[in-house]
Design a protein around this ligand. Structure first.
Ligand code: HEM
Length: 454
């Protein structure tokens, strides 16, 4: 099996840049030159602020561990998210972040993931009814839109104990879509020519979307914050109840909106992104889909797939992990040098961008054998993964709080939908990935499904 799923063809640096500027392409993936895949640590191209690329796993781990606080989140990323979730865990640094992380970690504890499993099952049950109609009628539908709808419903049920069916929840997701389409976080001109730490103006469309989302989250929170409101055992309940271990103070209302906003944002487009790529790949690799079905048969037979089964689906989980290696939902994890410093003996001036890109680290030939090939079995081979070479959830103190949740959720969705349907694609040759807020197909992936015989 030598299947290599789609990726941009890296060009030499100058022709690549000219192509990107002339074509008005907004996509940073197609701008990455060939040397970006092989550089270990080195300056990438010429830009006003300077970009230090780090692909070497040991240095990736050291920069992300950042014990001295020299490499906070990059100002371009912070500027993009400021209006929406500026005081959230994802964006803050230093003492503010440490306090928030201590308060939020318990909401995503092992116990809580166990409880979220019901929400995952209910979301999949509801969405299978939609997919059954597609299967019956033979309709063509967008794979990426389907995965977004499914994961949005699950995150809504998990956070708020409400399905996406409510009007407010639907409005929140429509506004998130608008935010994602328009937010200026991947503007190539700003990356190349912008000054570090300069303000990032956002369009009216983005500001309006931010105001609408925050307003809706506030509405959803209101009844939960009424005096005497019953405590509900969901993620919002856990975050409302959280207190600062030092002062005993809870989150302010505005901070609550920030945290919940980031759970919505980070919690569904990421899983939707990797699942889209995985169903696209599985439609072309029936032998892998067959191995997933055989594993489910062995673990759960014909019965429902329960949490303990999901944890035993080792091959299915490796398919998910390989999907995240080749299509890491968070394409780039940028940092900024807070002061003059060094990485691997290379000098960095204050304001220089430190570019750690899961996309590049995962496709670097020095980090992975046959790096472009889809091969879930690589995770069972000794010595294939070194610390710092596999970073879909980040690494170090700022590693994703939702990693355990996302792994269970994605494994379950893969297992249930692969068991029930055969997927076929209409336009596989036209599919190409681009980097937006997550790694997405440039255009919709159109597909059809058929119910499998019982
Ligand atoms: C496949 C799914 C997911 C992927 C690939 C992913 C990836 C990541 C990555 C790479 C980071 C680190 C960013 C950095 O260091 O700059 C991160 C952080 C974070 N993620 Fe996720 N994530 C996923 C799912 C989720 C879910 C389900 C939630 C919550 C419901 C979530 C909430 C967060 C939060 C709050 C942070 C910030 C943590 C901090 O800075 O302390 N993520 N995620």
């Amino acid at each position: 099996m030598l299947y290599r799923p789609p990726a941009p063809t890296p060009r030499a640096p100058l022709p690549g840049l000219i192509h990107a500027m002339l074509s008005g392409e907004r996509d940073l993936l197609s701008l990455l030159p060939d040397i970006a895949y092989t550089t270990r640590v080195g300056e990438l191209g010429r830009s006003r602020r300077g970009i230090m690329l780090v692909n070497d796993p040991a240095w990736v781990a050291r920069v992300l561990a950042d014990p001295e606080g020299v490499f906070p989140k990059n100002d371009l990323m912070v500027g993009a998210l400021e209006g929406l979730v500026g005081q959230s865990l994802f964006v803050t640094s230093g003492e503010t972040w440490r306090r928030q992380r201590r308060m939020i970690d318990p909401a995503f504890s092992h116990m809580r993931v166990n409880r979220s499993f019901e929400a995952m099952q209910a979301g999949i049950d509801t969405y299978e009814a939609v997919l059954d109609v597609h299967a019956d009628s033979g309709t063509t539908f967008s794979l990426d839109a389907a995965m977004s709808a499914l994961t949005a419903d699950i995150i809504c049920r998990t956070i708020f104990t409400q399905s996406l069916a409510s009007q407010t929840a639907r409005d929140v997701f429509a506004s998130f879509g608008q935010f994602e389409r328009h937010v200026a976080n991947t503007e190539i001109r700003r990356l190349l020519f912008g000054r570090p730490f300069a303000p990032i103006p956002q369009s009216r469309a983005v500001l309006d979307a931010c105001a609408r989302i925050r307003g809706h989250i506030d509405d959803l929170l209101s009844p939960r914050l009424e005096p005497g409101a019953p405590a509900i055992d969901d993620i919002v309940g856990a975050v409302i109840a959280a207190t600062d271990p030092d002062t005993g103070a809870p989150f302010t209302r505005s901070e609550l909106i920030d945290q919940i906003g980031v759970f919505f944002l980070a919690g569904h487009e990421t899983t939707a992104s990797v699942l889209t790529w995985l169903f696209f790949i599985l439609a072309q690799l029936p032998q892998i889909a067959g191995r997933i079905r055989a594993e489910i048969d062995a673990v759960a037979g014909d019965g429902p797939i329960l949490l303990e089964h999901t944890k035993q689906l080792a091959f299915t989980r490796n398919v998910f992990r390989e999907g995240m290696r080749l299509y890491p939902p968070i394409t780039f994890i940028p940092r900024v040098a807070q002061r003059d410093t060094e990485i691997a003996g290379k000098k960095l001036r204050r304001g220089m961008m430190v570019m750690i890109a899961p996309w590049l680290v995962h496709r670097s030939p020095a980090n992975w054998r046959d790096a472009d090939r889809f091969d879930p079995d690589r995770f069972t081979r000794d010595g294939e993964i070194t610390p710092g070479s596999y970073i879909p959830f980040g690494l170090g103190p700022r590693i994703c709080v939702g990693a355990a949740f996302a792994t269970i959720e994605s494994t379950l969705i893969l297992a249930r939908l692969v068991r029930r349907y055969d997927f076929s694609l209409l336009n596989p040759d036209k599919v190409r990935p681009v980097a937006r807020l997550t790694t997405k197909p440039a255009d919709e992936i159109l597909c059809r499904i058929a119910l499998r015989p019982d």
